[in-house]
Design a protein around this ligand. Structure first.
Ligand code: PLP
Length: 345
């Protein structure tokens, strides 16, 4: 990222961009032509998916079991869609049967849900919901912000039509870019819209002019430096090998839980549904509630470790510990456990 800048239409930059798009296809498990790094954070990926696929009055079913499902429903409402939510208790997965019932009843144009819910640490199984969506020919949108490059994502095998991620999670890059991928079916739907996409900036038909095709035309100025960074992050993930990277994330998470349990922390999420890159734990009685913030403050100020607080209904009750990308190492976990032992004793 400290390289000198080059222009966003410079052939060297276009070549780098094309290489990056190929790398992102490998990470997303797709051959989708429309796979690119959007010039904004993960929330823009969410808006791009929903704004392009939805028109005013279109029905959508959104699975909600944490902060980011809530955000998806809000974005869909702002796109003018008729939103049906299917809720699950935070810390548990969405129920396949409740999602299927809602999908069969509403017959939505789009079904959307979060693969890796960062606010709770739950990993959502994908296949059951996708097969219910396919029964009614709905498009499926999957939030992969926290899963991409940390655990398997297989858009083509799963039958996902639109997915988005963020540069700052398991790719360990600075925040600011959102890798996105759209199936050909999704692009055909965008091209047959009756009304223009509400967002000019996120309109896929316009973005295609710069990000694909033989002759690239200006849409907006690509953030050159951020893209240098993301390309390096994707290269690093592919050099490590995805299986090895996923295993490293799982190993670090196991090591974390094993070390935390003797200190009185208990996992929030059932073992089968736990994310490796985000571990949420209930707190020991003596720091539960008002005491927990003081411990997090000491972790940060004395040891340089930032631990996430509980959100929404879980505020004050859990911690969310991220082990993402470069950070997903047993050495990092040992450093945290050591710091916690010192503070708690
Ligand atoms: C699952 C999930 N979706 C969406 C977002 C939004 O991404 P951003 O904060 O990069 O806009 C986040 C951010 O943490 C997330 O964890």
């Amino acid at each position: 990222m400290s390289q000198p800048l080059i222009g966003h239409l410079d052939p060297d930059f276009i070549a780098l961009l094309d290489r990056l798009k190929d790398g992102l296809r490998t990470l997303f498990g797709t051959s989708n032509a429309m796979t690119l790094p959007l010039s904004a954070t993960g929330s823009a990926g969410m808006e791009a998916a929903l704004f392009n696929l939805l028109e005013r009055g279109d029905p959508i079913v959104v699975g909600v079991n944490g902060v980011f499902g809530v955000r998806m429903a809000e974005v869909a409402r702002r796109a003018g869609a008729e939103v049906t939510t299917v809720e699950a208790t935070w810390g548990t997965r969405l129920s396949d049967s409740q999602m299927s019932d809602a999908i069969a009843r509403v017959r939505p144009k789009v079904v959307s849900f979060v693969h890796a819910e960062t606010s709770t640490g739950v990993c959502q199984p994908v296949e059951g919901i996708v097969s219910a969506a396919k029964e009614v020919d709905a498009m499926v949108v999957l939030d992969c912000v926290t899963s991409l490059a940390g655990r398997p994502v297989k858009l083509d095998e799963w039958g996902i039509d639109a997915a988005y991620s963020g540069s700052q999670k398991c790719l360990s890059c600075p925040p600011g870019l959102s890798p996105v991928s759209f199936s050909d079916r999704a692009i055909e739907l965008v091209q047959s819209r009756k009304s223009p996409v509400q967002s000019w900036f996120l309109d896929l038909s316009l973005l295609a002019g710069y990000f694909s095709g033989a002759k690239r035309v200006y849409h907006h100025t690509a953030p050159i430096t951020a893209i240098f960074g993301l390309a390096a992050g994707v290269d690093r993930a592919l050099e490590e090998g995805l299986e090895a990277r996923f295993e490293r994330h799982s190993q670090a998470a196991r090591h974390l839980i094993e070390g935390l349990e003797p200190l009185g922390f208990k996992p929030l999420v059932d073992a089968a549904d736990r994310l490796p890159m985000l571990t949420s734990v209930r707190l020991p009685d003596r720091i539960n509630g008002t005491g927990e913030a003081a411990v997090r403050t000491r972790l940060l100020s004395e040891f340089g470790i930032e631990v996430g607080a509980g959100l929404g209904p879980l505020t004050g009750q859990i911690w969310r510990i991220g082990l993402m990308g470069e950070n997903a190492r047993t050495e990092t976990v040992d450093y945290l456990l050591d710091a916690l032992r010192k503070i708690l004793h």
